[in-house]
Design a protein around this ligand. Structure first.
Ligand code: PLP
Length: 410
């Protein structure tokens, strides 16, 4: 009989979101009249910008005409999209990133996992705690960890706690790690990183020959002009960092699917025989072999983000969600809760009240306010005692959820 990848059996059985769904469904069954408001998930709610829709409709028309029809596109993505990204997202911010270093994909989630294909199995890997679970689970699947322990941590991974005590920025490790996942603005804590903090990581990575995986899926939410949007704004980062970006949260592409990964040309890893290998070449080979590119129509939609109208419309989308986050922050503070994040990020990270565990707080909010959030402990052991509220929702839902919380908690 065919054998399976036993590493999958080590995975903590899809615990967080199925458990949320189970509790919400049980509650609704028992209370069919309740109007439950879900502020738990990180999916966008507002429609695609007009500029993106117009560009995609035009692209569909292109596909209907022999002279403009497109078959397989370049695996790396069309040059017209990569050049706009390089110019707007990187060069305009002083980052020396060339279009040839950008790879278009159908999502940052896939890229964060797929990138492990080009790295060896013997790297020491560090993640923050709490963390976007994809970084951990993809390493488990790849066999980079041992079993999970009673604390919910996988043997072999280095966990870097982020809590209010360290302002939600991990301490630079004292031991040597080879691969480090950083995510700013952060999911789930909503924390941001200053240039100084990122510089400390870049200095560490260069001193130790480590590679930083920098997930900037939420960079568009940065409004504080002093904060870096890209790790390449830090000198030396091209020698030690791969950056992931996505159109999911800035332009509402969660269901449309388009993202990008930057692999600088001078980024080096070591082969088993000790020779230097350019990571760009390996990623290019990986993508050309296992990926056939993002659809022409979707890439035209993503390109429209960089038009004048696209820029205005995506800015308006971000401002809308940030205003939601501001309302959540203000109302929860008024309700006596300690809140973090939500200023340059769509997530508000809440300290649970009266020493409740994350799941106790979840139940309390569901039962007394009919509001759903995400228990912080689901993102890692150090998330215990915290709770994530997402600003991705309609204004009416946010206002109503906050009214109920104020009513019950104040
Ligand atoms: N990275 C982080 C930190 C996320 O929170 C998410 C989605 O929630 C993603 C990546 C996934 O992005 P995409 O929709 O491009 O796969």
């Amino acid at each position: 009989m065919a054998t399976v990848n036993d590493n999958y059996l080590k995975l903590k059985a899809g615990y967080l979101f199925p458990e949320i769904a189970r509790r919400v469904n049980a509650f609704i069954e028992a209370n069919p009249e309740a109007q439950v408001i879900r502020l738990g998930i990180g999916d966008v709610t507002e429609p695609l910008p007009q500029a993106c829709r117009d560009a995609m409709i035009k692209a569909v028309e292109d596909m209907g005409d022999r002279s403009s029809f497109k078959g397989y596109g370049p695996e790396q993505g069309y040059a017209w999209l990569r050049e706009k990204i390089a110019a707007h997202d990187f060069q305009a911010r002083g980052c020396d990133i060339d279009a040839s270093e950008i790879f278009i994909s159908d999502g940052s989630k896939c890229d964060c996992g797929n990138i492990l294909d080009i790295f060896g199995d013997d790297n020491i890997i560090a993640v923050t705690d709490p963390v976007y679970p994809v970084y951990v689970d993809t390493n488990v699947m790849a066999g980079h960890t041992g079993d999970i322990n009673e604390k919910g941590e996988y043997e072999g991974l280095v966990y870097l706690p982020v809590t209010a005590e360290n302002n939600f920025t991990a301490e630079i490790p004292t031991q040597k790690v080879d691969l480090i996942y950083l995510c700013f603005p952060n999911n789930p804590t909503g924390a941001t990183a200053t240039k100084e903090h990122l510089k400390a990581w870049v200095d560490y990575a260069r001193a130790n020959g480590s590679i930083i995986f920098f997930d900037a899926a939420y960079e568009a939410f940065i409004t504080d002009p002093s904060l870096p949007h890209s790790i390449y704004e830090i000198e030396g980062a091209k020698e030690c960092a791969i950056e992931f970006r996505s159109f999911s949260k800035n332009a509402g592409f969660t269901g449309t699917r388009c993202a990008l990964t930057v692999v600088p040309k001078n980024l080096i890893g070591k082969s088993k025989d000790g020779s230097n290998v350019e990571l760009w070449k390996l990623w290019n080979r990986r993508q050309s072999t296992k990926f056939n590119g993002v659809s022409y129509i979707v890439q035209r939609g993503a390109e429209a983000v960089y038009s004048e109208e696209g820029q205005a419309q995506t800015k308006a989308l971000i401002s809308f969600y940030l205003e939601n986050a501001k309302i959540i922050r203000e109302k929860l503070t008024e309700a006596g809760l300690a809140v973090y994040g939500g200023e340059n990020a769509p997530y508000v990270w809440v300290k649970t009240s009266a020493g409740l565990t994350s799941w106790d707080f979840f139940d309390k909010l569901l039962q007394t306010c009919n509001v759903v959030g995400t228990p912080g402990s689901g993102f890692g052991a150090a998330g215990e005692g915290y709770f994530r509220i997402s600003a991705f929702n309609s204004r009416d839902n946010v206002n109503e959820a906050m009214r109920r919380i104020l009513d019950k908690f104040k």
